[in-house]
Design a protein around this ligand. Structure first.
Ligand code: TEU
Ligand code: CA
Length: 567
Protein backbone atom coordinates (compact mmCIF):
# COMPACT_ATOMS: atom_id res chain seq x y z
CA UNK A 1 0.00 0.00 0.00
CA UNK A 2 1.50 3.31 -1.02
CA UNK A 3 1.61 6.48 1.05
CA UNK A 4 -0.81 7.93 -1.43
CA UNK A 5 -3.31 5.46 -0.04
CA UNK A 6 -3.30 7.04 3.43
CA UNK A 7 -7.09 6.96 3.30
CA UNK A 8 -6.96 3.18 3.66
CA UNK A 9 -5.16 3.52 6.96
CA UNK A 10 -7.27 6.34 8.37
CA UNK A 11 -10.09 6.56 10.88
CA UNK A 12 -12.59 9.32 10.15
CA UNK A 13 -14.64 11.25 12.69
CA UNK A 14 -17.83 12.99 11.57
CA UNK A 15 -18.79 16.35 13.02
CA UNK A 16 -22.34 17.68 12.70
CA UNK A 17 -21.43 21.30 13.43
CA UNK A 18 -24.77 22.56 14.73
CA UNK A 19 -24.64 20.02 17.55
CA UNK A 20 -20.94 19.66 18.29
CA UNK A 21 -19.80 22.64 20.39
CA UNK A 22 -21.07 26.18 20.79
CA UNK A 23 -18.25 28.69 21.14
CA UNK A 24 -20.25 31.91 21.66
CA UNK A 25 -23.26 31.04 23.79
CA UNK A 26 -26.01 31.47 21.17
CA UNK A 27 -26.98 27.82 21.57
CA UNK A 28 -25.77 26.78 18.12
CA UNK A 29 -22.62 24.75 17.58
CA UNK A 30 -20.02 26.63 15.54
CA UNK A 31 -16.52 26.57 14.06
CA UNK A 32 -14.66 28.18 17.00
CA UNK A 33 -16.41 25.53 19.12
CA UNK A 34 -14.93 22.79 16.93
CA UNK A 35 -11.46 24.33 17.15
CA UNK A 36 -11.73 24.35 20.95
CA UNK A 37 -12.30 20.57 20.94
CA UNK A 38 -9.49 19.48 18.62
CA UNK A 39 -7.33 18.29 21.50
CA UNK A 40 -10.13 15.92 22.46
CA UNK A 41 -10.16 14.51 18.91
CA UNK A 42 -6.38 14.27 18.90
CA UNK A 43 -6.53 12.29 22.14
CA UNK A 44 -9.06 9.92 20.58
CA UNK A 45 -6.50 9.48 17.81
CA UNK A 46 -8.62 9.97 14.69
CA UNK A 47 -6.88 10.94 11.44
CA UNK A 48 -9.55 12.75 9.49
CA UNK A 49 -12.59 14.90 10.24
CA UNK A 50 -15.60 14.88 7.93
CA UNK A 51 -17.42 18.12 8.57
CA UNK A 52 -21.10 18.24 7.61
CA UNK A 53 -21.98 21.42 5.67
CA UNK A 54 -20.90 24.78 7.09
CA UNK A 55 -21.76 26.85 4.02
CA UNK A 56 -24.26 29.71 3.80
CA UNK A 57 -27.73 28.20 3.97
CA UNK A 58 -31.30 29.09 4.94
CA UNK A 59 -31.25 25.81 6.91
CA UNK A 60 -34.34 24.15 5.53
CA UNK A 61 -32.31 20.94 5.91
CA UNK A 62 -29.59 22.09 8.32
CA UNK A 63 -27.05 23.15 5.73
CA UNK A 64 -27.79 20.46 3.13
CA UNK A 65 -29.51 23.30 1.27
CA UNK A 66 -26.67 25.60 0.24
CA UNK A 67 -27.19 29.18 -0.92
CA UNK A 68 -23.49 30.03 -1.34
CA UNK A 69 -20.86 27.32 -1.76
CA UNK A 70 -17.99 29.70 -1.05
CA UNK A 71 -19.25 31.39 2.12
CA UNK A 72 -19.41 30.19 5.71
CA UNK A 73 -22.80 30.26 7.42
CA UNK A 74 -22.68 33.34 9.71
CA UNK A 75 -24.15 31.29 12.60
CA UNK A 76 -21.09 29.05 12.37
CA UNK A 77 -18.48 31.83 12.14
CA UNK A 78 -16.34 33.48 9.49
CA UNK A 79 -13.98 32.29 6.80
CA UNK A 80 -11.20 33.39 9.14
CA UNK A 81 -12.54 31.05 11.83
CA UNK A 82 -12.68 28.24 9.28
CA UNK A 83 -9.10 28.87 8.15
CA UNK A 84 -7.92 28.86 11.74
CA UNK A 85 -9.75 25.60 12.38
CA UNK A 86 -8.11 23.97 9.36
CA UNK A 87 -4.74 25.23 10.45
CA UNK A 88 -5.19 23.86 13.97
CA UNK A 89 -6.33 20.52 12.55
CA UNK A 90 -3.29 20.25 10.30
CA UNK A 91 -1.01 21.14 13.22
CA UNK A 92 -2.37 18.08 15.00
CA UNK A 93 -2.01 15.87 11.94
CA UNK A 94 -5.78 15.79 11.38
CA UNK A 95 -7.05 16.07 7.82
CA UNK A 96 -10.34 17.72 6.83
CA UNK A 97 -13.08 16.49 4.49
CA UNK A 98 -15.71 19.00 3.50
CA UNK A 99 -19.23 17.96 2.57
CA UNK A 100 -19.92 18.38 -1.14
CA UNK A 101 -23.65 18.79 -1.75
CA UNK A 102 -24.04 19.03 -5.50
CA UNK A 103 -27.16 17.05 -6.32
CA UNK A 104 -29.11 20.17 -5.38
CA UNK A 105 -28.72 23.68 -4.03
CA UNK A 106 -30.98 25.84 -1.92
CA UNK A 107 -33.77 27.60 -3.84
CA UNK A 108 -32.09 30.73 -2.48
CA UNK A 109 -28.83 30.02 -4.34
CA UNK A 110 -28.25 32.79 -6.94
CA UNK A 111 -28.21 30.14 -9.70
CA UNK A 112 -31.76 29.15 -8.86
CA UNK A 113 -32.92 32.70 -8.22
CA UNK A 114 -31.81 33.44 -11.80
CA UNK A 115 -33.01 30.13 -13.21
CA UNK A 116 -36.61 30.61 -12.18
CA UNK A 117 -36.80 34.16 -13.62
CA UNK A 118 -37.48 33.29 -17.27
CA UNK A 119 -37.41 30.51 -19.82
CA UNK A 120 -34.35 31.98 -21.51
CA UNK A 121 -32.35 33.04 -18.48
CA UNK A 122 -28.69 31.94 -18.88
CA UNK A 123 -29.08 29.84 -15.69
CA UNK A 124 -32.39 28.24 -16.72
CA UNK A 125 -30.65 25.04 -17.69
CA UNK A 126 -28.74 24.75 -14.39
CA UNK A 127 -31.85 23.04 -12.98
CA UNK A 128 -34.39 20.55 -14.24
CA UNK A 129 -37.52 22.22 -15.57
CA UNK A 130 -40.43 20.56 -17.38
CA UNK A 131 -43.71 21.98 -18.65
CA UNK A 132 -46.97 21.05 -16.95
CA UNK A 133 -50.23 22.39 -15.66
CA UNK A 134 -50.86 23.21 -12.01
CA UNK A 135 -51.91 20.03 -10.21
CA UNK A 136 -50.46 17.83 -12.99
CA UNK A 137 -46.76 17.27 -12.27
CA UNK A 138 -44.66 15.77 -15.09
CA UNK A 139 -44.18 12.42 -13.28
CA UNK A 140 -45.58 10.86 -10.13
CA UNK A 141 -42.20 10.80 -8.33
CA UNK A 142 -42.21 11.43 -4.61
CA UNK A 143 -39.70 13.61 -2.77
CA UNK A 144 -37.65 12.25 0.11
CA UNK A 145 -39.19 14.42 2.79
CA UNK A 146 -42.80 13.90 1.66
CA UNK A 147 -44.95 15.32 -1.13
CA UNK A 148 -44.31 15.29 -4.87
CA UNK A 149 -40.79 15.70 -6.31
CA UNK A 150 -41.98 18.47 -8.65
CA UNK A 151 -43.03 21.97 -7.66
CA UNK A 152 -44.94 24.26 -10.01
CA UNK A 153 -43.43 27.70 -10.39
CA UNK A 154 -45.86 30.41 -11.45
CA UNK A 155 -43.31 32.82 -12.91
CA UNK A 156 -42.68 30.65 -15.94
CA UNK A 157 -45.51 28.15 -15.61
CA UNK A 158 -43.19 25.13 -15.38
CA UNK A 159 -42.26 22.51 -12.80
CA UNK A 160 -38.81 22.06 -11.25
CA UNK A 161 -37.52 18.78 -9.88
CA UNK A 162 -36.46 18.34 -6.25
CA UNK A 163 -35.77 14.88 -4.89
CA UNK A 164 -35.70 16.36 -1.38
CA UNK A 165 -37.67 19.39 -0.07
CA UNK A 166 -39.03 22.07 -2.46
CA UNK A 167 -36.28 24.27 -1.03
CA UNK A 168 -33.66 21.90 -2.55
CA UNK A 169 -34.00 22.06 -6.36
CA UNK A 170 -31.96 19.42 -8.22
CA UNK A 171 -29.09 20.60 -10.40
CA UNK A 172 -28.91 19.62 -14.06
CA UNK A 173 -25.64 17.72 -14.48
CA UNK A 174 -26.21 17.39 -18.22
CA UNK A 175 -25.28 21.04 -18.50
CA UNK A 176 -21.49 21.39 -19.01
CA UNK A 177 -21.51 24.96 -17.67
CA UNK A 178 -23.02 23.73 -14.39
CA UNK A 179 -20.39 21.02 -14.14
CA UNK A 180 -17.58 23.50 -14.69
CA UNK A 181 -19.11 25.75 -12.04
CA UNK A 182 -19.03 22.86 -9.55
CA UNK A 183 -15.44 21.94 -10.45
CA UNK A 184 -14.31 25.52 -9.93
CA UNK A 185 -15.97 25.57 -6.52
CA UNK A 186 -14.21 22.32 -5.61
CA UNK A 187 -10.83 23.78 -6.61
CA UNK A 188 -11.59 26.81 -4.44
CA UNK A 189 -11.75 24.60 -1.33
CA UNK A 190 -8.94 22.28 -2.36
CA UNK A 191 -6.66 25.26 -2.91
CA UNK A 192 -7.49 26.37 0.61
CA UNK A 193 -6.04 23.09 1.78
CA UNK A 194 -8.95 20.71 2.37
CA UNK A 195 -8.05 17.03 2.16
CA UNK A 196 -11.09 15.64 0.42
CA UNK A 197 -14.84 15.46 0.15
CA UNK A 198 -17.77 13.46 1.39
CA UNK A 199 -20.19 13.71 -1.52
CA UNK A 200 -23.88 13.94 -0.69
CA UNK A 201 -26.14 11.52 -2.65
CA UNK A 202 -23.59 11.54 -5.44
CA UNK A 203 -25.13 8.50 -7.15
CA UNK A 204 -28.32 10.51 -7.80
CA UNK A 205 -26.81 13.42 -9.70
CA UNK A 206 -27.70 12.23 -13.17
CA UNK A 207 -31.35 12.30 -14.20
CA UNK A 208 -30.64 11.69 -17.89
CA UNK A 209 -31.54 8.01 -18.02
CA UNK A 210 -34.52 8.20 -15.69
CA UNK A 211 -36.06 11.18 -17.48
CA UNK A 212 -35.68 9.47 -20.85
CA UNK A 213 -38.77 7.25 -20.33
CA UNK A 214 -40.68 10.35 -19.31
CA UNK A 215 -39.65 12.13 -22.50
CA UNK A 216 -40.74 9.04 -24.44
CA UNK A 217 -44.03 9.06 -22.50
CA UNK A 218 -44.56 12.70 -23.49
CA UNK A 219 -44.01 11.71 -27.10
CA UNK A 220 -46.60 8.98 -26.62
CA UNK A 221 -44.05 6.18 -26.91
CA UNK A 222 -44.00 4.55 -23.50
CA UNK A 223 -44.87 4.53 -19.83
CA UNK A 224 -43.30 6.48 -16.99
CA UNK A 225 -40.75 4.83 -14.76
CA UNK A 226 -40.26 5.22 -11.05
CA UNK A 227 -37.64 7.37 -9.35
CA UNK A 228 -35.71 4.33 -8.24
CA UNK A 229 -33.83 4.58 -11.52
CA UNK A 230 -32.45 7.90 -10.39
CA UNK A 231 -29.78 5.98 -8.49
CA UNK A 232 -26.60 4.76 -10.17
CA UNK A 233 -27.37 5.79 -13.76
CA UNK A 234 -24.55 4.93 -16.17
CA UNK A 235 -23.86 8.60 -16.79
CA UNK A 236 -23.00 9.15 -13.10
CA UNK A 237 -19.78 7.29 -13.82
CA UNK A 238 -19.00 9.58 -16.75
CA UNK A 239 -19.49 12.64 -14.55
CA UNK A 240 -17.36 11.25 -11.74
CA UNK A 241 -14.57 10.36 -14.15
CA UNK A 242 -14.69 13.84 -15.59
CA UNK A 243 -14.62 15.33 -12.08
CA UNK A 244 -11.62 13.18 -11.30
CA UNK A 245 -9.75 14.14 -14.46
CA UNK A 246 -10.47 17.82 -14.11
CA UNK A 247 -10.17 18.26 -10.37
CA UNK A 248 -9.50 15.43 -7.93
CA UNK A 249 -6.56 13.77 -9.67
CA UNK A 250 -4.61 17.01 -9.22
CA UNK A 251 -4.79 16.79 -5.43
CA UNK A 252 -3.97 14.26 -2.71
CA UNK A 253 -7.44 13.62 -1.35
CA UNK A 254 -9.89 11.19 0.21
CA UNK A 255 -13.26 10.92 -1.52
CA UNK A 256 -16.30 9.10 -0.19
CA UNK A 257 -19.58 9.16 -2.05
CA UNK A 258 -22.86 8.75 -0.24
CA UNK A 259 -24.75 6.18 -2.34
CA UNK A 260 -28.23 5.10 -1.24
CA UNK A 261 -29.40 1.92 -3.02
CA UNK A 262 -25.95 0.94 -4.22
CA UNK A 263 -25.14 -2.77 -4.63
CA UNK A 264 -21.66 -4.22 -4.07
CA UNK A 265 -21.37 -4.76 -7.82
CA UNK A 266 -22.07 -1.08 -8.49
CA UNK A 267 -19.79 -0.06 -5.63
CA UNK A 268 -16.95 -1.91 -7.36
CA UNK A 269 -17.38 0.41 -10.32
CA UNK A 270 -17.31 3.53 -8.16
CA UNK A 271 -14.28 2.45 -6.15
CA UNK A 272 -12.11 0.48 -8.58
CA UNK A 273 -9.08 2.78 -8.43
CA UNK A 274 -8.17 2.13 -12.05
CA UNK A 275 -11.45 3.75 -13.15
CA UNK A 276 -10.65 7.07 -11.45
CA UNK A 277 -13.94 7.78 -9.66
CA UNK A 278 -14.09 7.60 -5.84
CA UNK A 279 -12.02 6.03 -3.07
CA UNK A 280 -15.05 4.55 -1.30
CA UNK A 281 -18.80 4.84 -0.95
CA UNK A 282 -21.27 4.84 1.91
CA UNK A 283 -23.67 1.98 1.22
CA UNK A 284 -26.94 1.52 3.11
CA UNK A 285 -27.81 -2.15 2.94
CA UNK A 286 -26.89 -2.94 6.55
CA UNK A 287 -28.89 0.10 7.69
CA UNK A 288 -32.00 -1.36 6.08
CA UNK A 289 -31.96 -4.77 7.75
CA UNK A 290 -34.17 -3.76 10.67
CA UNK A 291 -37.06 -2.63 8.50
CA UNK A 292 -39.34 -4.60 6.18
CA UNK A 293 -37.91 -4.56 2.66
CA UNK A 294 -39.24 -1.84 0.40
CA UNK A 295 -41.19 -0.18 3.20
CA UNK A 296 -40.79 3.40 4.50
CA UNK A 297 -37.97 4.09 6.92
CA UNK A 298 -40.45 4.54 9.78
CA UNK A 299 -41.33 0.85 9.91
CA UNK A 300 -39.37 -1.71 11.94
CA UNK A 301 -38.60 -5.36 12.08
CA UNK A 302 -36.23 -7.23 14.37
CA UNK A 303 -32.70 -7.58 13.08
CA UNK A 304 -31.80 -11.10 11.99
CA UNK A 305 -28.14 -11.59 12.95
CA UNK A 306 -27.27 -14.18 10.27
CA UNK A 307 -28.64 -11.74 7.69
CA UNK A 308 -26.40 -8.96 9.01
CA UNK A 309 -23.42 -11.34 8.92
CA UNK A 310 -24.13 -12.37 5.34
CA UNK A 311 -24.64 -8.80 4.32
CA UNK A 312 -21.51 -7.23 5.81
CA UNK A 313 -19.45 -10.22 4.69
CA UNK A 314 -20.68 -9.85 1.14
CA UNK A 315 -19.43 -6.27 1.14
CA UNK A 316 -16.12 -7.38 2.66
CA UNK A 317 -15.70 -10.01 -0.04
CA UNK A 318 -16.96 -8.10 -3.06
CA UNK A 319 -14.67 -5.16 -2.38
CA UNK A 320 -11.59 -7.23 -1.61
CA UNK A 321 -9.67 -7.47 -4.88
CA UNK A 322 -10.87 -4.15 -6.32
CA UNK A 323 -12.45 -1.25 -4.48
CA UNK A 324 -12.57 -0.37 -0.83
CA UNK A 325 -15.17 -0.30 1.94
CA UNK A 326 -16.25 2.40 4.31
CA UNK A 327 -17.34 1.07 7.71
CA UNK A 328 -20.01 2.84 9.73
CA UNK A 329 -22.86 2.34 12.18
CA UNK A 330 -23.93 5.95 12.59
CA UNK A 331 -24.20 9.29 10.90
CA UNK A 332 -26.39 12.40 11.19
CA UNK A 333 -29.26 10.64 9.38
CA UNK A 334 -29.36 7.49 11.49
CA UNK A 335 -30.61 6.59 14.96
CA UNK A 336 -27.90 5.81 17.52
CA UNK A 337 -26.46 2.33 17.04
CA UNK A 338 -26.34 1.41 20.73
CA UNK A 339 -30.12 1.95 20.92
CA UNK A 340 -30.64 0.16 17.62
CA UNK A 341 -28.45 -2.97 17.37
CA UNK A 342 -27.11 -2.83 20.92
CA UNK A 343 -28.64 -2.36 24.36
CA UNK A 344 -28.96 1.13 25.78
CA UNK A 345 -30.02 -0.15 29.21
CA UNK A 346 -27.78 -2.05 31.62
CA UNK A 347 -25.41 -3.22 28.88
CA UNK A 348 -24.95 0.12 27.17
CA UNK A 349 -21.18 0.26 27.46
CA UNK A 350 -20.59 -3.45 26.89
CA UNK A 351 -22.82 -3.64 23.82
CA UNK A 352 -21.34 -0.44 22.38
CA UNK A 353 -17.85 -1.90 22.81
CA UNK A 354 -18.96 -5.06 21.05
CA UNK A 355 -20.40 -3.11 18.11
CA UNK A 356 -17.24 -1.04 17.91
CA UNK A 357 -14.97 -4.09 17.82
CA UNK A 358 -17.15 -5.81 15.24
CA UNK A 359 -16.84 -2.86 12.89
CA UNK A 360 -13.29 -1.66 13.52
CA UNK A 361 -11.66 -5.05 13.04
CA UNK A 362 -13.10 -5.29 9.52
CA UNK A 363 -11.38 -4.28 6.32
CA UNK A 364 -12.12 -0.73 5.20
CA UNK A 365 -12.02 2.82 6.52
CA UNK A 366 -13.94 3.21 9.80
CA UNK A 367 -16.11 6.25 10.47
CA UNK A 368 -17.08 7.40 13.96
CA UNK A 369 -20.02 9.78 14.35
CA UNK A 370 -19.80 12.38 17.12
CA UNK A 371 -20.94 10.96 20.44
CA UNK A 372 -20.66 7.34 19.24
CA UNK A 373 -17.40 7.13 21.19
CA UNK A 374 -19.40 8.03 24.32
CA UNK A 375 -22.22 5.60 23.63
CA UNK A 376 -24.77 8.40 23.19
CA UNK A 377 -28.29 7.00 22.86
CA UNK A 378 -31.56 7.74 21.09
CA UNK A 379 -33.79 10.34 22.68
CA UNK A 380 -37.53 10.51 23.42
CA UNK A 381 -38.93 14.01 23.53
CA UNK A 382 -42.46 14.31 24.88
CA UNK A 383 -43.71 16.65 22.22
CA UNK A 384 -43.19 17.05 18.49
CA UNK A 385 -42.43 20.69 19.28
CA UNK A 386 -39.04 19.56 20.60
CA UNK A 387 -38.05 18.03 17.25
CA UNK A 388 -36.16 20.01 14.59
CA UNK A 389 -35.59 17.71 11.62
CA UNK A 390 -37.57 18.54 8.47
CA UNK A 391 -38.08 14.86 7.68
CA UNK A 392 -39.52 14.05 11.12
CA UNK A 393 -41.69 17.17 11.19
CA UNK A 394 -43.12 16.48 7.72
CA UNK A 395 -43.76 12.86 8.64
CA UNK A 396 -45.57 13.85 11.81
CA UNK A 397 -47.73 16.36 9.96
CA UNK A 398 -48.57 13.91 7.18
CA UNK A 399 -49.47 11.16 9.61
CA UNK A 400 -51.55 13.21 11.98
CA UNK A 401 -53.29 15.53 9.54
CA UNK A 402 -53.49 13.75 6.23
CA UNK A 403 -53.71 10.16 7.42
CA UNK A 404 -55.34 10.99 10.78
CA UNK A 405 -52.89 8.63 12.47
CA UNK A 406 -52.60 8.48 16.23
CA UNK A 407 -50.09 11.14 17.34
CA UNK A 408 -48.78 8.76 19.98
CA UNK A 409 -48.12 6.04 17.42
CA UNK A 410 -46.37 8.56 15.19
CA UNK A 411 -44.17 9.69 18.05
CA UNK A 412 -43.24 6.07 18.72
CA UNK A 413 -41.95 5.75 15.16
CA UNK A 414 -40.07 9.01 15.59
CA UNK A 415 -38.44 7.70 18.78
CA UNK A 416 -37.06 4.75 16.85
CA UNK A 417 -36.20 6.41 13.57
CA UNK A 418 -35.91 10.17 13.72
CA UNK A 419 -32.69 11.69 12.43
CA UNK A 420 -32.82 13.93 15.51
CA UNK A 421 -31.73 10.89 17.57
CA UNK A 422 -28.28 11.55 16.17
CA UNK A 423 -28.51 15.33 16.35
CA UNK A 424 -29.03 16.11 20.03
CA UNK A 425 -26.13 18.26 21.26
CA UNK A 426 -22.86 16.57 22.07
CA UNK A 427 -22.57 15.73 25.78
CA UNK A 428 -19.29 17.20 26.99
CA UNK A 429 -19.84 17.40 30.76
CA UNK A 430 -22.40 16.65 33.45
CA UNK A 431 -22.81 20.40 34.07
CA UNK A 432 -25.36 22.92 32.72
CA UNK A 433 -26.40 22.17 29.12
CA UNK A 434 -23.84 19.36 29.15
CA UNK A 435 -21.08 21.90 28.52
CA UNK A 436 -22.35 22.24 24.94
CA UNK A 437 -23.40 25.86 25.33
CA UNK A 438 -23.55 28.57 27.96
CA UNK A 439 -26.93 29.55 26.49
CA UNK A 440 -30.09 27.79 25.36
CA UNK A 441 -29.29 24.83 23.08
CA UNK A 442 -31.00 24.96 19.65
CA UNK A 443 -32.35 21.48 20.30
CA UNK A 444 -32.98 19.90 23.67
CA UNK A 445 -30.28 17.72 25.14
CA UNK A 446 -30.70 14.06 25.79
CA UNK A 447 -31.48 14.09 29.54
CA UNK A 448 -28.93 11.34 30.18
CA UNK A 449 -25.93 13.69 29.97
CA UNK A 450 -25.15 13.64 33.69
CA UNK A 451 -24.22 9.99 33.21
CA UNK A 452 -23.06 9.95 29.59
CA UNK A 453 -20.54 12.68 28.84
CA UNK A 454 -17.03 13.17 27.51
CA UNK A 455 -15.52 14.47 30.72
CA UNK A 456 -16.53 11.35 32.65
CA UNK A 457 -15.46 9.07 29.79
CA UNK A 458 -12.01 10.59 29.41
CA UNK A 459 -11.37 10.21 33.14
CA UNK A 460 -12.46 6.57 33.24
CA UNK A 461 -9.83 4.18 31.83
CA UNK A 462 -12.52 1.52 31.31
CA UNK A 463 -14.82 3.79 29.28
CA UNK A 464 -16.04 3.36 25.74
CA UNK A 465 -13.97 6.42 24.77
CA UNK A 466 -10.73 4.70 25.75
CA UNK A 467 -11.91 1.52 24.04
CA UNK A 468 -12.31 3.45 20.78
CA UNK A 469 -8.89 5.01 21.35
CA UNK A 470 -7.42 1.52 21.66
CA UNK A 471 -9.19 0.32 18.50
CA UNK A 472 -7.77 3.25 16.57
CA UNK A 473 -4.31 2.58 17.98
CA UNK A 474 -4.52 -1.08 16.95
CA UNK A 475 -5.41 -0.13 13.40
CA UNK A 476 -2.27 2.00 13.28
CA UNK A 477 0.03 -0.62 14.71
CA UNK A 478 -1.28 -3.76 12.97
CA UNK A 479 -1.16 -3.75 9.14
CA UNK A 480 -3.28 -6.92 9.14
CA UNK A 481 -6.30 -4.83 10.13
CA UNK A 482 -5.96 -2.72 7.00
CA UNK A 483 -4.63 -5.23 4.54
CA UNK A 484 -5.56 -8.66 5.84
CA UNK A 485 -8.07 -10.92 4.10
CA UNK A 486 -11.50 -11.41 5.68
CA UNK A 487 -13.37 -14.64 6.31
CA UNK A 488 -16.66 -15.16 8.13
CA UNK A 489 -16.87 -18.20 10.41
CA UNK A 490 -19.79 -19.79 12.30
CA UNK A 491 -22.03 -18.37 9.58
CA UNK A 492 -25.28 -19.84 10.89
CA UNK A 493 -24.67 -19.27 14.61
CA UNK A 494 -27.73 -17.32 15.79
CA UNK A 495 -25.98 -15.07 18.29
CA UNK A 496 -22.24 -14.93 17.54
CA UNK A 497 -20.69 -12.75 14.83
CA UNK A 498 -17.15 -14.10 14.41
CA UNK A 499 -14.62 -13.67 11.62
CA UNK A 500 -10.98 -14.07 10.84
CA UNK A 501 -8.45 -11.70 9.31
CA UNK A 502 -5.31 -13.12 7.73
CA UNK A 503 -2.06 -11.67 6.47
CA UNK A 504 1.02 -13.81 5.83
CA UNK A 505 1.60 -15.93 8.91
CA UNK A 506 -0.62 -13.76 11.09
CA UNK A 507 -4.23 -14.28 12.07
CA UNK A 508 -6.68 -12.16 14.00
CA UNK A 509 -9.78 -13.91 15.29
CA UNK A 510 -12.68 -11.58 16.13
CA UNK A 511 -15.49 -12.93 18.32
CA UNK A 512 -18.66 -11.05 19.21
CA UNK A 513 -21.63 -12.17 21.25
CA UNK A 514 -24.31 -9.98 19.69
CA UNK A 515 -26.85 -10.52 22.49
CA UNK A 516 -27.38 -10.37 26.21
CA UNK A 517 -27.63 -14.12 26.72
CA UNK A 518 -24.43 -16.03 27.57
CA UNK A 519 -23.47 -18.30 24.74
CA UNK A 520 -20.92 -20.96 23.93
CA UNK A 521 -18.41 -20.46 21.16
CA UNK A 522 -16.75 -23.47 19.59
CA UNK A 523 -13.86 -22.43 17.44
CA UNK A 524 -13.45 -24.60 14.36
CA UNK A 525 -10.13 -26.43 13.91
CA UNK A 526 -7.50 -24.78 11.73
CA UNK A 527 -8.01 -21.16 12.72
CA UNK A 528 -6.48 -20.57 16.13
CA UNK A 529 -2.98 -21.85 15.48
CA UNK A 530 -0.16 -21.01 17.86
CA UNK A 531 -0.13 -18.83 20.92
CA UNK A 532 -2.89 -16.30 21.12
CA UNK A 533 -2.77 -12.82 22.59
CA UNK A 534 -5.82 -10.70 23.42
CA UNK A 535 -5.60 -7.55 21.33
CA UNK A 536 -8.74 -6.02 22.76
CA UNK A 537 -11.77 -7.24 24.67
CA UNK A 538 -14.59 -5.86 26.79
CA UNK A 539 -14.32 -8.61 29.45
CA UNK A 540 -11.12 -10.55 28.95
CA UNK A 541 -7.93 -8.53 28.77
CA UNK A 542 -5.56 -11.44 29.02
CA UNK A 543 -5.89 -15.13 28.38
CA UNK A 544 -5.36 -15.90 32.07
CA UNK A 545 -4.15 -19.42 31.53
CA UNK A 546 -6.84 -20.14 28.93
CA UNK A 547 -5.30 -21.69 25.84
CA UNK A 548 -7.44 -20.37 23.05
CA UNK A 549 -5.79 -22.50 20.43
CA UNK A 550 -7.02 -25.30 18.21
CA UNK A 551 -10.68 -26.25 18.51
CA UNK A 552 -11.23 -24.40 21.78
CA UNK A 553 -14.51 -23.76 23.57
CA UNK A 554 -15.39 -20.52 25.27
CA UNK A 555 -18.39 -19.24 27.23
CA UNK A 556 -19.11 -15.70 26.16
CA UNK A 557 -20.58 -13.18 28.60
CA UNK A 558 -23.42 -10.80 27.61
CA UNK A 559 -22.26 -8.77 24.60
CA UNK A 560 -18.75 -10.09 25.04
CA UNK A 561 -16.30 -9.09 22.37
CA UNK A 562 -12.78 -10.27 21.88
CA UNK A 563 -10.06 -10.01 19.24
CA UNK A 564 -7.19 -12.48 19.52
CA UNK A 565 -3.99 -12.20 17.54
CA UNK A 566 -1.99 -15.32 16.53
CA UNK A 567 1.42 -15.23 14.94
O1 TEU B 1 -28.99 12.03 2.71
C1 TEU B 1 -29.45 11.33 1.60
C2 TEU B 1 -30.31 10.22 1.89
O2 TEU B 1 -30.21 9.18 1.30
C3 TEU B 1 -31.41 10.47 2.84
O3 TEU B 1 -32.58 10.23 2.12
C4 TEU B 1 -31.34 9.60 3.98
O4 TEU B 1 -31.55 8.28 3.58
C5 TEU B 1 -32.40 10.04 4.92
O5 TEU B 1 -31.98 11.26 5.46
C6 TEU B 1 -32.61 9.06 6.02
O6 TEU B 1 -33.70 9.47 6.75
C7 TEU B 1 -28.22 13.15 2.45
C8 TEU B 1 -27.82 13.82 3.74
O7 TEU B 1 -27.01 12.96 4.48
C9 TEU B 1 -29.05 14.24 4.47
O8 TEU B 1 -28.77 14.80 5.73
C10 TEU B 1 -29.75 15.27 3.60
O9 TEU B 1 -30.96 15.63 4.18
C11 TEU B 1 -29.99 14.75 2.19
O10 TEU B 1 -28.87 14.08 1.63
C12 TEU B 1 -30.30 15.90 1.26
O11 TEU B 1 -29.14 16.66 1.08
CA1 CA C 1 -22.64 29.47 18.43
Amino acid sequence: MSDKEWWKKSVVYQIYPRSFMDGNGDGIGDIPGITSKLDYLAELGIDVVWLSPVYASPNADNGYDISDYRAIMPEFGTMGDWEQMLDEMHKRGIRLLMDLVVNHTSDEHPWFVESRKSLNNPYRDYYIWRPGEPGKPPTDWKASFGGPAWTYDETTGEYYLHMFSPKQPDLNWENPALRQGIYEMMRFWLDKGVDGFRMDVINMISKKECLAPYEAFVRGEGAELSRVFIYNADSVHDYLQEMNREVLSHYDVLTVGECPKVSPEQARLYTDQSRGELNMVFQFEHMGLDKPKGRPKWERKALDLPELKRNLSRWQNELADVGWNSLYWNNHDQPRIVSRFGNDGPYRVQSAKMLATLLHMMRGTPYIYQGEELGMTNVRFESIADYRDIESLNFYQEQTEVHRGEPVETLKAIYERSRDNGRTPMQWTGGPSAGFTSGQPWMKLNPNYPEINAEAAVEDAASLFHYYRKLIELRKSLPILTEGAYELILEEHPSIFAYVRRLGKETVLVINNFYEKETEMVCPEGIANGAGEVLIGNYRRELDGERLTGAFKLILSPYESLAIGYS
